[in-house]
Write a protein that binds this ligand. Structure first.
Ligand code: AMP
Length: 473
């Protein structure tokens, strides 16, 4: 039986470029650098030169995986890249992406952001075709099923495969001659399309386009299959009639970078508004408002503006430390918090502070934060969270832990306040969140807050059994 650490969660960053005459591997490297926050476990780039595909993927950060030598070896005019995020048990280089699969049409490379919910079914489907997956990723299943599907070309095969694949997938694929981007019919994970001169680019977030000087054209639409080859971009669509748009609201709350634009909405401004609405919903008398860096910064600015309280910083973050969740277990996660930031006693001593953060998952970080603020002399600590209580697991690509590890699934707000040791605790309401993002409620998946999944998902137990079976096999 697999431990929690063995579960596969895929919240990743993907990037792809079709750029004759460009150093596509280097541009992909910079694109991945901008998407590092979406996954710190492994990084990889594949390039295609019209005849074959080369792949280089390793465990580690983008800057650790790539150097001049291996970038220079990645030649061609098309490239795709991936930064991977998952929990410890599945940390092995075989699971790093892009992955390469072989077929009678030639090789295909694939990078996937999202999480599938019918892996068992897909694995059975693949074995009916006399094949078994080599890795433990759902991404490989998509690749191998596409490679073995009927159809004269890749688009036909992808169209044949997509209806059986359930879950979240923003995919960037590459044949020796074409770049293909595919987004699931719900549009759960973001994927955008841009241009740099004559080169075409797809990326998880627009911050990757900005980094390489490319212009954001539009989102890849839900159910879209976008093919880019020597004839330029061509857009095709799957049937999305039995799906609804269900973009993950947690992208705005926490996951995406604040300088990314998703559905014409700058994430920074959405977060600022979350703080502003939170100040209206949970005002408190205090000396100043401070963020938990860095995600909490725009929201603390918004809270301060509406409350009329000054904005100050009570924590300084070590810029060179990754996100705390990459620590594999609870003990390391706890010490990880101290690596992440220090409190400023001379700022905090004797003060009543409002501290703004994006979410409470297990509650570990929040308890440490309150403790650090009190040790630094804060007189009162009022915690404000820019999301509703997270009461359900995500099966669609955000690694938010099993339900029994989610503190809000076990405790009410007052008990959580006591647990983290805060003087008061306020969570943004769902209505407040929707108002702050500024897009229609029905555009989103809010399942982690409401339990209303946009599609049937397996229960935790199913998932554990499945993962156990897959790892054993
Ligand atoms: P905690 O207070 O221990 O529940 O930790 C919550 C903090 O972890 C949030 O404020 C985020 O900064 C971060 N976080 C939330 N969700 C995730 C996630 N899926 N992956 C990594 N970090 C996360």
């Amino acid at each position: 039986m697999a431990k929690d650490g063995d579960q596969m969660h895929e919240a990743c960053g993907v990037f792809g470029i079709y750029g004759p005459g460009e150093d596509v591997a280097r541009l992909t490297y910079f694109g991945l650098y901008a998407l590092q926050h979406r996954g710190q476990e492994s990084a990889g780039i594949a390039t295609a030169d019209g005849r074959d595909i080369s792949v280089y993927a390793e465990m580690g950060l983008v800057s650790q995986v790539f150097d001049e030598a291996n970038l220079t070896n990645l030649r061609g005019h098309i490239a795709i890249g991936h930064t991977r995020y998952s929990t410890t048990g599945s940390s092995c280089v075989e699971n790093a992406q892009p992955i390469r699969v072989e077929s009678d049409l030639g090789p295909l490379a694939l990078a996937h952001n999202g999480n599938l919910v019918n892996m068992r079914y897909l694995a059975d489907l693949l074995s009916q075709r006399g094949e078994t997956a080599v890795t433990t990723t759902d991404s490989e299943l998509i690749g191998r099923l596409s490679a073995t599907a009927p159809g004269r070309d890749w688009v036909e095969r992808i169209r044949h495969t997509a209806p059986s694949v359930k879950g979240a997938y923003s995919l960037v694929m590459m044949t020796p001659r074409a770049l293909i981007a595919v987004r699931d019919p719900y549009g759960i994970r973001p994927l955008c399309f841009g241009r740099l001169g004559d080169a075409w680019i797809v990326a998880s977030e627009s911050c990757a386009l900005d980094t390489i000087g490319a212009e954001l054209l539009r989102e890849v639409k839900r159910g879209e299959i976008l093919v880019i080859d020597e004839n330029g971009p061509r857009s095709m669509h799957m049937d999305v009639s039995d799906a609804r748009q269900a973009l993950c609201s947690f992208e705005y709350i926490y996951f995406a970078r604040p300088d990314s634009v998703i559905d014409d909405t700058l994430v920074y401004l959405a977060r600022e508004r979350m703080g502003a609405v939170l100040a209206r919903e949970y005002p408190v008398d205090a000396d100043f408002v401070m963020p938990v860096p860095e995600t909490g910064i725009p929201a603390a600015v918004g809270y301060a503006r509406v409350s009329g309280l000054p904005y100050r910083e009570g924590f300084i973050k070590n810029r060179y430390i990754g996100r705390t969740f990459i620590q594999p277990d609870q003990r390391l996660r706890e010490s990880g918090v101290k690596l992440k930031f220090n409190a400023l006693p001379d700022v905090l001593r004797g003060k009543r502070v409002v501290v703004v953060d994006d979410s409470i998952v297990r509650g570990t970080t929040k308890s440490s934060i309150v403790t650090m603020l009190r040790r630094a002399g804060a007189k009162e600590v009022h915690v404000r969270i820019t999301s509703p209580p997270m009461v359900n697991s995500c099966y669609l690509g955000i690694d938010t832990a099993r339900r029994d590890e989610l503190i809000a699934a076990r405790m009410d707000v007052e008990s959580i306040r006591q647990h983290i040791g805060a003087d008061s605790l306020g969570y943004l309401s769902l209505d407040g969140l929707i108002e702050a993002i500024g897009l229609p409620r029905e555009n989103f998946c809010h399942a982690c807050f409401t339990g209303e999944y946009p599609m049937p998902v397996q229960l935790d137990l199913d998932k554990l059994v499945l993962e156990g079976a897959r790892h054993a096999g």
